[in-house]
Write a protein that binds this ligand. Structure first.
Ligand code: WA2
Length: 281
């Protein structure tokens, strides 16, 4: 009888965890598709029309009104690819200078009022944000290539043509770990088998979405009213020997552990959900 009860407990935990992992994965996938569609929108109506049919006001309104399509995202933004030779003209046209993400004075980084940020030092190229959803308006004018995680994402997105994810890192104006999803925007229609070099050359900008993982997973789990029963943790396990916790409190061993796989669509990143019962049997 005891064996039977123990077996049932294992099964219950496994199915609860799988269900939650699948929900999170599905919602992530849905929002990823919509971020992809936004990249195509910018390509069609900003780069594909002369003059452009998109300005900050249009982008801000459209992304706010369609935010229901992107569950789990805290905001979307568009960064333009600007070569150094184009910088002066670009800054004159926009009436602001391209800013560096981090100041020498680290205390100002979290504050991140673009007014307080240093101008970007000379680089081969920049990725200043020109359009943003209101929720992330604090990143407008910041060079996204000046932050390590954002930069790596931009380089990988444009060479691959796929949606790519960062490791978890502390987002600007947030106290939590989050991740950024990036799609490159290209100037021309590229064949599906385009080489990385062709893709890099055709790149005109980067459409990105930020995910404040803890508050968003919290919201998702809340809908399921299971918080009395199980404890959930979400990890980035890309580096197997050094997993990064993206969601959940300190782990208390209550005996059983269920690990459910999470696929967020970027084969270069691995994620998993770990579930435990709150109480020992
Ligand atoms: N978006 C919001 N908060 C952030 C952030 C970010 N990146 N980086 C650090 N804090 C416009 O990949 C291009 C968004 C970057 C896209």
């Amino acid at each position: 009888l005891n064996n039977e009860i123990a077996f049932r407990r294992t099964e219950t935990l496994a199915s609860m965890c799988d269900e939650r992992a699948r929900m999170l994965q599905d919602q992530f996938n849905v929002s990823m598709n919509h971020v992809h569609a936004l990249a195509i929108l910018v390509s069609t109506f900003h780069h594909g029309k002369q003059p452009s049919a998109i300005d900050q006001k249009t982008f801000g309104e459209y992304t706010e009104r369609t935010s229901f399509e992107r569950p789990l995202t805290s905001g979307v933004a568009y960064a333009l690819r600007v070569l150094h030779s184009e910088r002066k003209q670009f800054e004159k046209q926009h009436g602001w200078t391209i800013k560096k993400m981090e100041n020498e004075d680290q205390t100002l980084v979290q504050d991140c009022n673009p007014e307080n940020l240093d101008p970007s030092p000379l680089q081969d190229e920049y990725a200043p944000v020109i359009f943003s959803q209101e929720t992330v308006s604090h990143i407008v004018s910041i060079d996204m290539m000046s932050g390590k995680d954002d930069r790596e994402n931009i380089l990988r997105a444009r060479a691959s043509g796929k949606g790519v994810l960062t490791s978890p890192f502390k987002l600007l104006k947030s106290n939590h770990l989050g991740v950024v999803l990036t799609f490159a925007v290209y100037s021309t229609h590229l064949p599906p088998n385009a080489t990385p070099e062709q893709r890099i050359n055709a790149t005109v900008g980067y459409l990105g979405a930020s995910y404040d993982v803890p508050s968003l997973v919290e919201k998702l789990l809340h809908q399921l009213a299971s918080k009395q029963t199980i404890v959930v943790n979400v990890y980035d396990t890309t580096n197997k020997s050094a997993p990064i916790k993206m969601y959940g409190g300190d782990v208390i061993d209550t005996g059983l552990l269920q690990i459910s796989n999470l696929d967020f669509g970027d084969p270069a990143r691995k994620h998993e959900m770990q579930c435990r019962f709150k109480q020992k049997p």
